[in-house]
Design a protein around this ligand. Structure first.
Ligand code: ZN
Length: 322
C-alpha cells in the first residue's frame, strides 16, 4: 500500500489518510513549508514549529501537530520523520516507513547551501516523490558561494557610485536568506513593504536578520534595497537605481526579460537540474514520482536513465516559483 501514490490536488498516500501539501483543505495534511502555494487551513496539519511561525494567523491550519527535524511520530502502523529540505526556514522533507518500504517526499528542496550551513540529508528510500520545478537541463546554477560573492560585489559597486542596488527576490524565504548570506559583507538593508511582514516573521520564527529598515516612499542611501520581482512602483521612487533578479529563472532568457532587470543572478532556493538527479541517485529509489514545474520532462529524463519514473501531476502552466 505504501507504494501507492496518487495525485488529487495534492499528493495522497491512500490507505494512510495522509496528504502531502494538498491544495484544498483536508483532514490531515503535511505542510512542507510556509509558501502560500503549500499552506492551507487543514483540520490538522503536520509541520515544523518554524513553518507554523511563518504562516500568518489568518491562514493557519485549524489544528496542528508540530514535529522538529529528526523527530519521528507514529501514523497507524507507519512512522513519519521530518528532515531538513534546505529550501527556506522550517522547510521539511517527509520520510515515511511502512512494513519495510521507505518513501521520501522532498517538498521544495535545495541541496547546495551557501556558507557553512548543514547539507540537506537524503535518506535511502524505495519510493521517491520529488519536486521538479527546474527539471530541464538548461537549469544549471553556479556555485552558491561564488554567486553570493558576485551579488555582494555588484551591490558594493552600485553603492560606491551612489546608485541604489535593488535585489528582486521573493518576499518570503528568498529575501531573508539573501540577507543572511550577505550579512558577512556588512551591508544594511531597506525592504519594500511586501517583504516587511516576512522579515518580521523570520525573526519571530527564530532567525534574526541583519540591520534593516522599511523602504518608506523615498530613498535609502547606503542601503541594499530588496523588493519582490513584480510591481516596481516603490522602486521607481528611488531615483538612481539598478535592479538584479535573484532567481533560478535567471537561466531562462524569456523570464529574465519579463522582469526587465539590469542584471540576473542564478541563486535559487530550489535544486537545479543536476541536483534533482543527485537527489534521485542518493535516494536509490526504484520508483519516482515528479511534482511541480517540468514534471513530464524530468520523468522522461529519469526513464532514459533507467529509473521507473512518472509525472504525478499534469503539466501546469509555467509556475513562477521565484
Ligand atoms: Zn517553496
Amino acid at each position: 500500500m505504501t507504494r501507492h501514490v496518487v495525485w488529487d490536488r495534492g499528493v495522497s498516500l491512500p490507505g494512510h489518510r495522509l496528504w502531502l501539501d494538498p491544495l484544498v483543505v483536508r483532514t490531515f495534511a503535511f505542510i512542507s513549508h510556509a509558501h502560500t502555494d503549500h499552506a492551507r487551513r487543514h483540520r490538522e496539519a503536520l509541520l515544523t514549529p518554524q513553518t507554523l511561525a511563518l504562516i500568518p494567523e489568518a491562514r493557519r491550519p485549524r489544528g496542528w501537530r508540530m514535529l522538529g527535524y529528526g523527530e519521528t511520530m507514529a501514523r497507524g502502523r507507519a512512522s513519519v520523520t521530518l528532515l531538513p529540505a534546505g529550501h527556506m526556514l522550517g522547510s521539511a522533507q517527509l520520510f515515511f516507513e511502512h512494513e519495510g518500504v521507505r518513501l521520501l517526499y522532498t517538498g521544495d528542496i535545495k541541496l547546495r547551501q551557501p556558507g557553512t550551513r548543514t547539507p540537506t540529508p537524503i535518506p535511502r528510500a524505495e519510493v521517491l516523490i520529488i519536486e521538479s520545478t527546474y527539471g530541464r537541463p538548461h537549469f544549471r546554477f553556479g556555485d552558491p558561494d561564488s554567486t553570493i560573492e558576485s551579488i555582494a560585489m555588484w551591490c558594493r559597486r552600485a553603492l560606491d557610485s551612489r546608485v541604489a542596488p535593488v535585489l528582486l527576490c521573493h518576499a518570503l524565504g528568498k529575501t531573508e536568506e539573501i540577507m543572511l548570506a550577505l550579512a558577512p559583507y556588512g551591508f544594511q538593508f531597506a525592504l519594500e513593504k511586501r517583504c516587511v511582514p516576512c522579515a518580521q516573521a523570520y525573526a519571530v520564527a527564530g532567525s534574526p536578520l541583519p540591520d534593516w529598515i522599511e523602504l518608506n516612499g523615498g530613498e535609502a542611501p547606503g542601503r541594499v534595497v530588496i523588493a519582490p520581482p513584480a510591481g516596481k512602483d516603490e522602486v521607481r521612487r528611488l531615483g538612481r537605481y539598478r535592479t538584479a533578479l535573484v532567481s533560478g529563472w535567471a537561466k531562462d532568457a524569456e523570464f529574465a526579460r519579463l522582469f526587465g532587470a539590469d542584471a540576473t543572478f542564478d541563486l535559487s532556493d530550489h535544486c537545479d537540474f543536476d541536483e534533482l538527479v543527485e537527489v534521485v541517485e542518493r535516494s536509490g529509489a526504484d520508483q519516482v514520482y515528479t511534482v511541480h514545474g517540468y514534471t513530464e520532462d524530468f520523468a522522461r529524463h529519469l526513464r532514459r536513465r533507467g529509473v521507473r519514473a512518472w509525472a504525478l501531476e499534469k503539466p501546469e502552466q509555467l509556475l513562477l516559483a521565484l
